[in-house]
Design a protein around this ligand. Sequence first.
Ligand SMILES: *Cc1c(COP(=O)(O)O)cnc(C)c1O
Length: 476
Amino acid sequence: MSKNLFMNVVSETIKYFELLQDIPIGVTSSIEELKSSVDSDLPNDGEDPEIALNKLISSVKKGLIHSQNPRYFGFVIGGSTPTSIAADWLTSVWDQNAQVFDTSPAASIIEDIVANWILELLKLPKELSVGFLTGAQMANFTALNVARNAMLEKHGWDIELNGLQGSPNFNILVGESCHGTIHSAIRMMGLGKKNIKSISSDFQGRINIDSLKNELNNCSGPTIICAQAGNVNTGCFDSFEEIIPLAKKHGAWVHIDGAFGLWARTSPKYFHLVTGIEKADSWTVDAHKWLNVSYDSGIVIIRDSKNHYKLKTIQCSYAGQHSEEHRDGSQWVPENSRRARGFVLYAALRNLGRDGVRNIVENSCSLATEFAQQLEKLPNVHVLNNVVLNQVLFRVESESNCDTNSFNNNICEHIQKEGLAWIGTTRWQGKIAMRISVSNWLTTKADVDKTIRSIRNSIEKELQIINNSVLINKTA
Ligand SMILES: *Cc1c(COP(=O)(O)O)cnc(C)c1O
């Protein structure tokens, strides 16, 4: 059945990885071209499977960002290992609905095993409660909902019965450089700006402890603190050993957004950044980032499984009966029908092993340090962060009196256009900077060298453009 179709996918995949390192990383056609190559009328009569698939391949090809390339350093994306891709295919082939035990006993049992492995890898207590969902956004949303409900219950409010209307006033304390998904999670859970207290952070984006103390002293009622393991710009970590005891003293819930940074727990070399984190109440971590599994794969962890369970007390009548004995994957996440993400994690973790995960983390971090050292040697380049993990933030100062923000934007554009490496810009402390995130399992020192050459060439190119325009202005 459809043998040719599937064989085509296999050969397309092999070809893709063979060519990956030699094709430009970024988009190679204009957006208009791309739109017109994809644009088509909805066919009336269905097309032959191979034709439909080939149309897909040919029309999206030029619009792909090849973040699988080891010189893709944008955002915190990471690649996918072949094992994770293959397991992801089979997950689709098997078409399991990982909703409840009855819809896929295999998916249910594997989630239990993977949950234990993840807790073991992250050196978290094994009785914690784990849910598998799409990503850190949904993990933050889930954890904060559980937190809200538990904190309201603690303050005598039955949210199950009363909902939010008329509930006690709420305080959510977040670092001013927390991830945007924390803010959207708070909005989606029915709270607003007035409920959010933004705590100032230091020059690396870490929560300022004195400001936190002040805010906590002014808070009464249900309180949640969102701390961060791994800032998307600097890679820095909040001081958990100070924040968590402080929160406990005030009876507050502590949630840790560790979308990528929590993986630092897998390395003895970086463990010091995340000590004390095990005393928090909930955690977010992504697998599709640093663990290099395919999208989408996020994980939410909650200390108290009774609180976690109460996220969704209502079961669908048609779904299998919940039993204490077996895991219903959808009980722990907002989704109902859901992908069997555990399959990919299971295969990926078997393939990598404890050492493999640790190696990805340590290799990325040491290459980030290498980046910082080489960048500092380039004229007018300043590394803006303490490179404690895998993130490098830098900015090029210009000698001419051009606008430094557009200078950096333009340099970044040259890098992306050249296509040898992909780096993005970010806004850091009010200014445009460039950001390198090393999170791909394949990245090597040679990739760093190549990228540095591309950065150097792009700076020179931009300087030349500026000098030429100065010359033109002078002669005009
Ligand atoms: C990436 C990231 C998120 C959002 O993760 P998604 O998987 O895109 O939902 C949240 N917090 C931090 C710290 C991140 O790095």
